[in-house]
Design a protein around this ligand. Structure first.
Ligand code: ZN
Ligand code: FE
Length: 255
């Protein structure tokens, strides 16, 4: 499959969610995790885009509350993980790990990423990865249903993907996550320009997303639980990557 760079727009919903809208073909669009109806319907109506599909990463309400109303209103097909079919809005297409879904001319790959919830999935389309509440910029989702081992495994699988440029998480948590990273690794000088940029975006009311896989590999502590330099800096040398990951996740919970 050739690398594609379809256009993606954020639709802010609620306190800090983004519903990502991707143009898949001339006049067609798909959206991810619509947690509300009105703001999303408004954008779709004004843009005159034809909504073909709604993709759900996991069952939490801030990702699903707008799904059924939007699907009815625009005649879109709803896609979600078969495993969680009973907890998701009614699905037109129940998918699983490794499935490929044609979205117009594009191919969308499904990856199961248990951890935040047991049925969480992420979607890859060309260079774009829609990570829901699995991978955030400088962070990861809380372990509501899964174990640290599951989440670390999920993040390692995402980390190993090649050809990912843009990463689209479902929440604007970058500033709070940055505060945690600065506390974990205060001596890192290469955080300065990232800090400046994040503050500038927030001050101007602009999204800090998408992030890039490159940036996350460099700075996201939850992708670096097996990085000896990082592990040493936080005083965890000699521990397994899962233990380091679990420790950092617990620290973040109390930050
Ligand atoms: Zn969630
Ligand atoms: Fe969420």
């Amino acid at each position: 499959m050739p690398a594609t760079t379809p256009v993606v727009y954020p639709i802010p919903v609620g306190a800090d969610n983004y519903v990502w809208l991707m143009e898949t073909a001339a006049g067609d669009a798909v959206i991810f995790d619509p947690g509300d109806f009105a703001p999303v319907a408004d954008v779709l109506q004004r843009s005159r885009l034809n909504l073909t599909h709604i993709l759900i990463t996991h069952h939490h309400h801030d990702h699903t509350d707008g799904v059924t109303a939007l699907a009815r209103h625009f005649g879109a097909r709803v896609i979600g993980h078969a495993r969680d079919a009973g907890r998701l809005p009614p699905l037109d297409l129940a998918v699983g790990d490794g499935d490929a879904i044609p979205l117009g001319p594009l191919n969308c790959e499904v990856m199961a990423t248990p951890g935040h919830t047991l049925g969480h999935v992420v979607y890859r389309i060309g260079d774009a990865l829609f990570t829901g509440d699995t991978l955030f910029s400088l962070g990861c989702g809380r372990l509501f249903e899964g174990t640290a081992e599951m989440m670390w495994d999920s993040l390692r699988r995402l980390r190993a993907l090649s050809g990912i440029g843009r990463v689209f998480p479902a929440h604007e948590y970058t500033l709070a996550n940055l505060g945690f990273v600065l506390k974990l690794e205060p001596e890192r000088e290469d955080l300065a320009s990232l800090k400046w940029w994040v503050h500038e975006q927030i001050d101007q009311g602009k999204p800090t997303l998408p992030t890039t896989m490159e940036r996350e590999l460099q700075f996201n502590p939850f992708l670096r639980a097996d990085d000896p330099d990082f592990v040493q800096r936080i005083g965890m040398t000699g521990n397994t990557a899962v233990a380091v990951f679990a420790h950092v996740r617990t620290m973040r919970n109390h930050h």
